[in-house]
Ligand binder design. Structure first.
Ligand SMILES: [Cu+2]
Length: 65
């Protein structure tokens, strides 16, 4: 599952988004969080709304791709 992430500016942001996504129920693995492409990819079967809320709670904006 891929998401567009808005608001990341540095490696710390990437770590924050990675940690937030990893905690969402159903996420098996955070495959990638790319600062350059403003995208994240996770494996597993999480609820899309929970992914988006987790990213928002970490201080960023997200939408499913
Ligand atoms: Cu940052």
């Amino acid at each position: 599952m891929k998401l567009s992430i808005e608001g990341m500016t540095c490696g710390h942001c990437v770590k924050s988004v990675t940690a937030a996504l990893a905690k969402v129920p159903g996420v098996e693995k955070v495959i990638e969080v790319s600062l350059e492409r403003k995208q994240a990819e996770v494996s597993g079967n999480p609820q899309p709304a929970q992914l988006i809320h987790a990213v928002q709670d970490a201080g960023f904006e997200a939408r499913m791709l």
